[in-house]
Structures are given as C-alpha cells and as structure tokens.
Design a protein around this ligand. Structure first.
Ligand SMILES: *[C@@H]1O[C@H](CO)[C@@H](O)[C@H](O)[C@H]1NC(C)=O
Ligand SMILES: *[C@@H]1O[C@H](CO)[C@@H](O)[C@H](O)[C@H]1NC(C)=O
Ligand SMILES: *[C@@H]1O[C@H](CO)[C@@H](O)[C@H](O)[C@H]1NC(C)=O
Length: 351
C-alpha cells in the first residue's frame, strides 16, 4: 500500500516535472519601444529609429527600428533560452513564418495599454497587436499543422512590456485624460483593468507562460531629468514619476498573483526592472558605466528618433560607457544587464 502510494507519487512527480521542464520554443513579444524590434518602420508614424546611429552596434551595424545602439532585452532573453540571439519584428518584410515560428515581436514604440496613448503618435494600439497575433497563429497553423502550432503557442514565453507611455505621453501630457481620471491612482486602476483584459485575451488564444514587465524608474530618463532641470527643480530625477512607477509596479504584481490564482494552467511572472535599473543609475561604475545622467546620442538631454541623427557631432563614440542611448531608451549594455537580471530572477521559472 505504502509502496503503491510512493510509486504513484513518483509517477506524478515525473509527469509534473516533465511538464514544468518543457522547453520554451519561441519568445513572443507585445509592448512598446522597450521591446519593439522594428514594427514602426512599416507604419506611418514619426516615431522611428531605422537609421544610423541607431543599430550601429547591432549585428552588421544595422539599424532595425530598435530604439537602441544594439540589441534590446527580448533579444538577450531569446538567446538565454537557447533560441536565436534576436527576435524579429512581425511587420519586417525580411522575415516570414519560417522565422517567426521561433519567436516574433508585435510591439510598437509609443504604444500603451490605453488606446489614447497609441493615438498620440499614431502607432499600433495594443488591441491591434493582438489582431496581428491572431493572424500569426493562422499562418503558423497553415505552416506547421495544428498540433505543432498549438504546442508552440502554449509553450512559448510571452513577454509583455509597456505602460511608461500611458503616463508620460498620455496622462501627464493630455488634459483630456486627466479630466477623465481625477487622480493618477484612478488612472492606474484603469490601466490594470486593461492589462488584465489583455492577458485574458491572449490566454483565450492559447498563451500560458507570460512575463509581465514592470515600469522602469521613469523619472530618471534623461528627458525627464532635463524637464526637471528646466523647471528649476534641480538636476536629479523626477521623484514624482518614480513614485508613480513604484506604485504601478505594486499593482502589476498584484495582478500577476490574481491571474495565477484565477486562470487554470497559466504561469505568469512579474519581471521587475525597477530595482536593478535604479542601482545602475545610482552606481553606474559598479556596472562598468561612466555616464548615467545624460544619453549617448546628440546632446543626450532631449533627443530621440529623428533628432538623434547620424550628423550630430555630440553623439558619443562608445555607447558602452553610457546607461542611456537616447533621451528615453537604455543602451544595449544596460539592456543586457536588465535581461540578465530578469533571467536570473523571474524567468528562471521557465528555463
Ligand atoms: C521564408 O523565406 C525563406 C527564404 O528567405 C524561404 O526559404 C522559405 O521557404 C520561406 N518560408 C515560407 C513558408 O514561405
Ligand atoms: C480600444 O479600441 C478598440 C478598437 O476600437 C476597442 O475594441 C476597445 O474597446 C478600445 N478600448 C478601450 C479601453 O477603449
Ligand atoms: C546573473 O547570474 C549570473 C550567473 O550566476 C551572474 O554572473 C550575473 O552577475 C547575474 N546578473 C545579474 C544582473 O543579476
């Protein structure tokens, strides 16, 4: 009796262990410029980065539309799972379903959870990223057959990274949003509801392993520091924005717990870059950086996109010395540290 029970337990352990250890066959990405691999190149928005000096440290020195001098976190995460060392953009005509079967990015720089955010710069709203994902599923099924496609869909890791623009481009910029939500706390709850709906939508389409990414210390982005300086509040970070990011991250973390409690078979982790990013900003030399307050590109105070162009004589020569690449985005080196950090912490779950 005892040994039968022990055998049954062992069998369950083997089955359970086998399931948990299933390899991640693809990294699938939703979000904003923190993870966009080049989808904005194909749409009519001014928010683009498919020109030098963007991409000068990418494979072949190629500008791809990533808002970086090189790779961004999903590229390093894909590599850490033993997949390709980069995740291609779904709208990039250089790739097709053969490539996308091993990972794909639907993200669009400038987007947010709220439709009003993507409207600001006419970028891809989150709901349309989901439409592209449905289109991808159909192509994947046609290419690999239902069984194989469904296995990729359910075993893939879904990286979800957005939210900064909902605050900086939307709530703190558009009076219409501030008049709809009287406090930032109310707006945060509205965004959390949208994040929940989004995760339930992709769960309904078969996604099971998800990484919901927290906000960075958005008050320390060089652009916000410059604004802060111009406003005469000193030259440090905008503490108010950092408090909002911390508070929103607590709510995201609560949402992750709720999803794991309520949705059968789901495995969501909260990948929080805030702490490690803040450590890099406060002690850049400990991570091998020399400059944390201004960006590499141009004057480093406010330029990004078209203002960060090849001809600017102020652009730094070695981006590895800088925490920030342009006034809104980290360098490749910073992205690598953050990707390593989340691999070592939340994403271990899926290795
Ligand atoms: C994708 O493109 C490659 C060449 O770039 C080609 O060999 C392959 O057949 C294409 N796959 C599909 C499904 O069209
Ligand atoms: C955003 O727009 C889509 C498409 O029009 C719509 O289905 C969705 O309900 C909108 N979301 C919100 C929160 O307004
Ligand atoms: C991640 O783990 C590796 C190996 O243990 C370690 O060398 C590295 O410093 C860690 N990185 C971060 C950012 O935690």
């Amino acid at each position: 009796m005892g040994s039968l029970f022990a055998s049954a337990c062992l069998l369950l352990l083997i089955i359970g262990g086998g399931g948990a250890a299933a390899k991640v066959p693809a990294v699938i990405v939703f979000g904003d410029s923190s993870v966009d691999a080049g989808n904005n190149n194909q749409i009519s928005t001014v928010l683009k980065s498919n020109f030098r000096p963007y991409g000068r440290d990418f494979f072949g020195g190629r500008p791809t539309g990533r808002f970086s001098n090189g790779r961004i976190p999903p590229d390093f995460i894909s590599e850490a799972f033993g997949l390709r060392p980069f995740v291609p953009a779904y709208l990039d005509p250089a790739y097709n379903i053969t490539d996308f079967a091993g990972g794909v990015c639907f993200a669009s720089a400038g987007t947010g959870f709220d439709n009003a955010t993507s409207n600001v710069l006419n970028v891809i709203p989150l709901w349309r990223e989901v439409e592209y994902y449905k289109d991808y599923q159909n192509k994947l099924k046609a290419y690999l057959g239902d069984t194989k496609a469904n296995s990729i869909i359910s075993e893939a890791l879904y990286i979800i990274s957005l939210g900064t623009n909902d605050f900086l481009e939307n709530y703190y910029t558009l009076p219409s949003t501030r008049s709809k939500f009287r406090t930032v706390d109310q707006f945060q709850d509205f965004l959390i509801g949208l994040a929940e709906k989004f995760m339930k939508d992709i769960y309904g389409l078969g996604a099971r392993k998800m990484s919901l990414t927290g906000l960075p210390p958005m008050g320390c982005l060089p652009l916000e520091r410059t604004t802060n300086f111009v406003n005469g509040n000193g030259d440090g970070c905008m503490d108010g924005y950092n408090v909002v990011a911390l508070h929103f991250n607590e709510k995201l973390s609560g949402l992750v717990k709720k999803m794991n409690d309520e949705m059968p078979g789901i495995r969501v982790v909260f990948s929080n870059p805030y702490g490690v990013f803040m450590s890099i900003i406060h002690k850049p030399s400990e991570f091998g950086f020399e400059v944390a307050s201004i960006a590499c590109c141009a004057t480093g105070m406010f330029e990004m996109g078209y203002m960060c162009d090849q001809m600017n004589p102020f652009t730094c020569s070695d981006a590895n010395k800088y925490v920030f690449w342009d006034s809104f985005h980290p360098t490749e080196k910073t992205s690598r540290v953050i990707a390593d950090y989340v691999m070592n912490h939340s994403l271990r779950e899926f290795l």
